[in-house]
Design a protein. Sequence first.
Length: 152
Amino acid sequence: MRSKSVRYGAVIAAFASCVGVAALTAPAASAAQTEQVITCDGQQLTVRSNENNSSEHGGWSAAKIVSGGTGHAVPIEFAGSLYDSTIQQTVFSFDEVKGGGNGNHNQSTITCNQSQDGTLGDFLDPGDVPPPGTSADDAVTFSIDITVVRHS
């Protein structure tokens, strides 16, 4: 497996792109887009974002809210974990903050979250070896919380 910081960054970027909250820096005209349903402060929203990742840490630009509300969501923090329910242990957790914690510029924020179930192998890159004591077939849940500034 890769180093923790590279692995966490790649997981954040990949999942954030899937979730749709981290619309990334490629121009909209040249980027494929996806829609995902997320829950933000108890409200279900559908957001649209670019599918590609601009770097191993993804991007920090806005996702468009297309259903359940209006406006845009600008992520300022990603936090999450991968829990292995087969061995009842957290495989890893992470917390990435934009701008050293100054990304919200004193604006109000909301928290969005989503989780995804699968096997540990679903979250490994080809050729990666599962961590000691785990198996690629272990049942896991990936959970992510994304703090965003919502603009109407």
